[in-house]
Design a protein around this ligand. Structure first.
Ligand code: HEM
Length: 537
């Protein structure tokens, strides 16, 4: 376990029996047979041919042939680290989650930072959103806070996620470009998706090219629910505030670094932890009492909106320290399976339609990525508490469950788990009252797409605003289809006419007076016509 300055914690101790160190050991096959020669295959005579009998050759090559698994469908490139979290003061008044109640408990965490669009081998410095996924290994099970380094998202409904990602990923015919920068498919989609306006301002800002993972904020994005021991609920937005402050690089620096060291962020995180300069973040919460749900001009369930900190301040409630590098990238960083459905009592979901769709997507994709239903048994995914249920079998099952029965209720077995009462820590879903008709629709309260985009733009300092404008000019300058550029100018004019005019000038175009028929085509079926009527300058 000795890793110099890097301390162990409950989770790294839990991983220890699964780790292997071959220093000074004799080489064996996977069945434990000692190997005498692993450098020459078995041949008929020293000039061959190679014999099919050579089980040592076959085992070595077969294992190699199957080393790769699918990369994540999004967030493929990432870097991970172990660490710990401690709450400053008990949050018992708002949540019964034990790891947020007990100021003595040091909760182990594993964090994975990522880019979204690039493949596993892409550059760290792409203009892109960064994933900020945190797993807390709590005494009540794993809690995953699967967030990003930006507080809002491109779309309001998970059903649009495959479209967004198909638009942002490399184009299907030639797989160009790798990074999330400048191409027709992405800007085509955005120009037809007014709900993306706020996120586009963030993505074109310096936030999209961080100086270091250690210098990024993190956000849970959605509104979640907290529930206390009396069953009282409040809404919450989660934040991570880096103690090193928020820093970015300029776009030309990013391009330079990408050429010279595409692993820049990965190396920076690894080296900092290796040398004992442990990065730290404070956990922040914005709490909204249940009765204040409708007091805002925006909808708390809309993931394209922030709660301005002037309205609800961020309270800093605890600290996370990343203090230990993984032993093995594949076993830990690649095989970890985050899911915002991994909750503990005291934390619950809201009805944000993006959140609701994510609750389905993560486990579903991991069934493919990690080869079937037993991926929670992979060491990095195991909770630090025991697991007992009636789930059985499947490819690669590790646990040897004892007893004759694997069902409930049953009166035969003496080895069967019993359901936990709420007092024993059993998870009870918050009994929110719902009375509604089934409709495939979007609430009108989600339709103000431009006010917060403008608010963000106006919060930028002069140099930051210049970077943002330059980024739009660069990106849209790479778009080949003139109609897309024009639609984007109309789109930008809804946020700020001055911004649109500057971009139009750089592109050598005029902002169209209104959306003509050609520009108007493909307006999504779910768009509010009123929304598009406003897309007239
Ligand atoms: C992966 C964040 C929206 C599907 C990830 C990861 C993060 C993340 C941080 C990487 C996790 C890791 O490091 O392993 C977010 C945020 C979202 C969002 C903050 C919006 C607020 C969505 C939506 C969907 C989705 C709407 C689908 C409906 C996925 C999938 C993966 C992923 C399939 C790959 C998971 C894996 O292979 O383990 N997301 N995401 N995400 N996300 Fe999201």
């Amino acid at each position: 376990l000795d890793k110099g300055v890097q301390p162990a914690n409950l989770k790294t101790e839990n991983l220890a029996p699964h780790t292997a160190d071959a220093t000074g050991e004799l080489m064996t096959t996977n069945t434990g047979l000692k190997i005498n020669d692993d450098q020459n295959s078995l041949k008929a005579g020293d000039r061959g041919p190679t014999l099919l009998e050579d089980f040592i050759l076959r085992e070595k090559i077969t294992h190699f042939d199957h080393e790769r698994i699918p990369e994540r469908v999004v967030h493929a490139r990432g870097s991970g680290a172990h660490g710990v979290f401690k709450v400053y003061e008990s949050l018992a008044p708002v949540t019964k989650a034990l790891f947020l109640n007990d100021t003595e408990t040091e909760t182990p965490v594993f964090v994975r930072f990522s880019t979204v669009a690039g493949s596993r081998g892409s550059t760290d410095l792409a203009r892109d959103v960064r994933g900020f996924a945190v797993r807390f290994y709590t005494e009540e099970g794993n809690f995953d806070l699967v967030g990003n380094n930006m507080p809002v998202f491109f779309i309001q409904d998970a059903i649009k996620f495959p479209d967004l990602i198909h638009a942002v990923k490399p184009e299907p015919d030639n797989e160009i470009p790798q990074a999330a920068s400048a191409h027709d498919t992405f800007w085509d989609f955005i120009s037809l998706t007014p709900e993306s306006a706020h996120m586009i301002m963030w993505v074109m800002s310096d936030r999209a090219i961080p100086r270091s993972y250690r210098m990024m904020e993190g956000f849970g994005v959605h509104t979640f629910r907290l529930v206390n021991a009396e069953g009282l609920s409040s809404f919450v937005k989660f934040h991570w505030k880096p103690l090193l402050g928020v820093h970015s690089v300029a776009w030309d620096e990013a391009q330079n670094i990408s050429g010279k060291d595409p692993d820049f962020h990965r190396r920076d995180l690894w080296d900092a932890i290796d040398s004992g300069a442990f990065p730290e973040w404070e956990l922040g919460v914005q709490i909204v009492p249940e009765e204040d749900e409708f007091k805002f001009e925006f909808d708390l369930l809309d993931p394209t909106k922030i709660i301005p900190e002037e309205l609800v301040p961020v309270q800093r409630v605890g600290k996370m320290t990343l203090n230990r590098n993984p032993d093995n990238f594949f076993a830990e960083t690649e095989q970890i399976a985050f899911h915002l459905g991994h909750v503990v009592p005291g934390i619950d979901f809201s009805n944000d339609p993006l959140l609701q769709g994510r609750l389905f997507s993560y486990t579903d994709t991991q069934l493919t990525r990690l080869g079937g239903p037993n991926f929670q048994e992979i060491p990095i995914n195991r909770p630090i508490v025991p697991v007992h249920n009636n789930q059985r079998d499947g490819f690669m099952r590790q646990t040897i469950n004892k007893g004759k029965t694997s069902y409930s209720p049953n009166a035969i077995g003496n080895n069967d788990p019993r359901q936990a009462t709420a007092a024993e820590g059993g998870f009870v879903t918050y009994p929110e009252r719902i009375s509604a008709s089934k409709v495939r629709a979007r609430s009108k309260s989600f339709f103000d797409h431009f006010s917060q985009a403008r608010l963000f733009l106006n919060s930028q300092s002069e140099p930051e605003k210049n970077h943002l404008t330059d980024a739009l000019c660069f990106e849209l300058g790479k778009v080949k289809t003139v109609a897309i550029r024009q639609r984007m100018l109309v789109f930008l004019a809804q946020i700020d006419k001055g911004l649109a005019a500057e971009v139009a000038y750089a592109l050598g175009l005029h902002i169209p007076e209104k959306l003509d028929n050609e520009l108007n085509q493909n307006i999504p079926a779910d768009a509010d016509p009123a929304d598009y009527a406003s897309l007239q300058v």
